[in-house]
Design a protein around this ligand. Structure first.
Ligand code: KIV
Length: 262
């Protein structure tokens, strides 16, 4: 029996994969949300750079800074007691050199309180992943649709099945470099099946079908908090945005009509 208060370590995720126990991951950006998701029993909380879009209102994740990631990661770490906290390294904080990546990742662990970092890319960042892992920093990879490359990819489009061999090669390189898990975003379900079957480390899918070892969603999308267009693969678990709107309107009416304070 697992102790519910015992923090989940990166090493537990491969063990879950071996046992066929699926991994549940959601994004979190602040302490209140992190506390609730942790209490609900999420395995992993991702402080995603998606915060640039859903929290900060930018059209892409590109403007997100390392300072912003440290700030939100600290908040999530303050709220969660058990879930593994993984923080995204934002655009251009790890691509210039492995040394710069090491300093950036170090801030997310030291100042932010993350237990691991996530980087986008395959072959091009394998040496950087190796450098971070060598320094004791656990790394989660991210392949398929890599949102930081949205301008190069021409939009947030599903990766075609014809990319399976290339993505499999990238996934192998990430595993060899020491990554403890890899996110597969918007890859074809058969690509996800092939990579998940091949790797010993777990795959975490987002819009990648049912064959991954775990799933991740942007919590604001899944809980109806993001008013913008939500990807079609997202399952809606709540309509918190609508509830907040109704609650705010009730408050305004109470104040204006003298019902609050009584
Ligand atoms: O930033 C993020 O939220 C992510 C997920 C979409 C996996 O990287």
């Amino acid at each position: 029996m697992t102790n519910p208060a015992k923090p989940i370590r990166t090493t537990a995720l491969s063990e879950y994969k071996r046992r066929g126990r699926k991994i549940a991951m959601l994004t979190a950006y602040d302490a209140a949300m992190a506390r609730l998701l942790d209490q609900a029993g999420l395995d992993v909380l991702l402080v995603g750079d998606s915060l640039g879009m859903v929290v900060m209102g930018y059209p892409t994740t590109i403007p997100v800074t390392l300072d912003a990631m440290v700030h939100h990661t600290r908040a999530v770490a303050n709220g969660a007691a058990r879930a593994l906290i993984v923080a995204d390294l934002p655009f251009l904080t790890y691509q210039v050199s492995p040394e710069e990546a090491l300093r950036s990742a170090g801030r997310l662990l030291q100042e932010g309180g993350a237990a691991a970092v996530k980087l986008e890319g395959g072959r091009a960042i394998a040496a950087t992943v190796h450098r971070l892992v060598e320094a004791g920093i656990p790394v989660m990879g991210h392949l398929g649709l890599t949102p930081q490359a949205v301008h190069q990819l021409g939009g947030y489009r599903r990766r075609p099945e014809s990319e399976t061999a290339a993505l499999l090669a990238d996934a192998r390189l990430l595993q060899e470099a020491g990554a403890f898990a890899v996110v597969l975003e918007l890859v074809h379900p058969e690509t996800a099946r092939a990579i998940s079957a091949e790797l010993a480390i777990p795959t975490i899918g987002i819009g990648a079908g049912p064959h991954c070892d775990g799933q991740v969603l942007v919590s604001y999308d899944a809980f109806g908090l993001f008013p913008g267009p939500v990807p079609s693969f997202v399952k809606s678990y709540a309509r918190l945005g609508e509830e907040m709107l109704t609650a705010a309107q009730a408050y305004i009416a109470d104040v204006q009509e003298g019902r609050f304070p009584e």
